[in-house]
Design a binder for this molecule. Structure first.
Ligand code: SF4
Length: 95
């Protein structure tokens, strides 16, 4: 299970993040490239854009389920994050 405290610092703030368990397998980047990209220097993925619509959230949740080492979390804080990258995870995800 991904741990918010172990997330990479280059994740865009919001609900979704990649933590230091990532094995750079490329799965999330292939399936959801609008949200996951590669840190070439660190050889791992990170979230470069948070999802905003229900469809986008579903794509990210599929990436969570598809990660072979459970390195993607969806429980990052959203309420206290302001600015252009603010992402309020829809309530249906929290249920
Ligand atoms: S699917 Fe998981 S292990 Fe693979 S690149 Fe993405 S975060 Fe890393």
């Amino acid at each position: 299970m991904a741990e918010y405290e172990d997330r990479y610092p280059n994740n865009t703030p919001g609900a979704f993040y990649v933590d230091d368990q990532c094995i750079d397998c490329d799965m999330c980047r292939l399936n959801a490239p609008d949200f996951f990209t590669r840190d070439d220097e660190g050889a791992h993925s990170f979230v470069h854009r948070q999802p905003l619509s229900e469809d986008e959230v579903k794509l990210c949740l599929e990436a969570v389920d598809g990660c072979p080492v459970e390195a993607i979390g969806s429980d990052g804080p959203t309420e206290e994050i302001g600015g252009k990258n603010h992402c309020r995870l829809p309530d249906f995800v929290r249920q």
